[in-house]
Design a protein around this ligand. Structure first.
Ligand code: ATP
Length: 361
């Protein structure tokens, strides 16, 4: 069993607190992605798990062992970096086997067998005699993965391993990584700033911001039930719209009141905490649509920009001084300057406390 547990882990570099007392539990065999904006502490978290950084506070456990003070070479992890970190003067084969040979724990037959297995999976059997300079970016990345695979570690740690590849190859390698994981089921922790990569690869996704964990959840739950305004705006493209509203209530029913709209709100615990005050109404672009005619839950807005995307028409609209986006049916006959009635799917609305950013629902 190699679950990885971080308890109250903090990392400070000369006054900069990169990781602020995080707790995280990664179950054995999971593929966990860590996503967040630049500088939020993703790489530092991964390097702490690898042992490349020493935690200022807190403990890191792998299986039943406390590894907080264990050297990287004595942790059973293999790391794959963005820049591959291959030795340029060695062939691909030597790059792959170097770690095993220098460990001295494996016979030549065992090393050969491991290399054959890993290179067959990665489809790089024909490239083993080439040096990194004679390989494409994607091939180099496969060699780096091969080197990690032959070590057969308890945990794979990957730091933006696909970000140097072009878009097409990235998608292909993404699918291959998912396949590798379903075959080997090795606990994998994968850092990326790319939300698509995080959502498609992770069975659990950790969203970080400013050194803290904002939410750990399945990809679909992150999208459907963001617990904070940050997660709501970070996950999803175009981002969730945020409209500043007043919350009015007659004691039983609640409405979100904006400059040109009154939208009835679904029931939810905590609504009373914002009644009579302000809140942020979160509306996904696909929860809005252009209405045939105005009704109680529709409101008027001015179209400012139209962007035909083929399968939908992205509209940027304005109500009062607030701007937002929505996906309309392709070929909808609207132009910038038009006024449209918009309908909201009220069951899919989100509401956030404007001070703390915490979700009410
Ligand atoms: P990116 O996506 O840009 O790689 P990240 O989320 O991986 O960012 P980290 O590299 O973990 O972020 O950095 C978190 C914070 O810690 C940043 O403010 C960074 O400048 C700081 N930091 C990281 N490593 C060091 C270091 N060795 N010395 C000083 N500060 C550091």
């Amino acid at each position: 069993m190699t679950d990885v547990t971080l308890q109250n882990v903090r990392k400070e570099f000369d006054g900069v607190v990169a990781v602020k007392n995080i707790d995280l539990q990664i179950p054995d065999g999971a593929f966990v992605t860590v996503v967040g904006p630049s500088g939020c502490g993703k790489s530092t978290t991964l390097r702490l798990i690898a042992g490349l950084e020493r935690a200022t506070d807190g403990t890191i456990q792998m299986g039943n062992e406390d590894v907080t003070a264990v050297e990287p070479k004595d942790r059973d992890v293999a790391m794959v970096f963005q820049n591959y970190a291959l030795y340029p003067h060695m062939t691909a084969r030597r790059n792959i086997t170097f770690g095993m040979k220098s460990a001295g724990d494996f016979s030549d037959e065992e090393i050969d067998r491991q290399v054959r297995e890993a290179t067959a999976v990665l489809d790089i059997d024909d490239l083993l005699d080439r040096k990194p300079g004679e390989l494409s970016g994607g091939e180099r990345q496969r060699v780096a993965l091969g080197r990690a695979l032959v070590r057969d570690p308890e945990v794979f740690l990957m730091d933006e391993p696909l970000s140097n590849l072009d878009a097409k190859l990235r998608i292909k390698m993404r699918a291959e990584l998912a396949k590798l994981h379903s075959e080997f089921e090795t606990t994998t922790i994968y850092v990326t700033h790319d939300q698509t990569e995080a959502l498609t690869l992770g069975d659990r996704v950790v969203v970080m911001n400013d050194g803290r964990i904002q939410q750990v959840d399945s990809p679909q739950r992150l999208y459907d039930y963001p617990e904070t305004r940050f997660v709501a705006e970070f996950i999803g493209d175009p981002a969730m719209n945020m409209l500043a509203v007043d919350i009015s209530s007659d004691g039983t029913e609640y409405e979100a009141v904006g400059p040109t709209f009154r939208i009835p709100l679904p029931e939810g615990d905590g609504l009373e905490t914002v009644a009579g005050g302000q809140a942020l109404l979160g509306v996904r672009p696909e929860s809005l649509s252009v209405a045939d005619s105005a009704d109680r839950s529709s409101f008027a807005a001015e179209v400012t920009v139209t962007e035909p995307l083929g399968d939908s028409l992205l509209l940027e609209c304005r109500t009062g001084d607030q701007e937002f986006k929505l996906h309309a049916e392709p070929r909808t006959a609207v132009e910038p300057g038009d006024r449209v009635a918009l309908t909201v799917e009220t069951e899919r609305l989100h509401l956030f406390d404007p001070q703390t950013g915490a979700a009410i629902y």
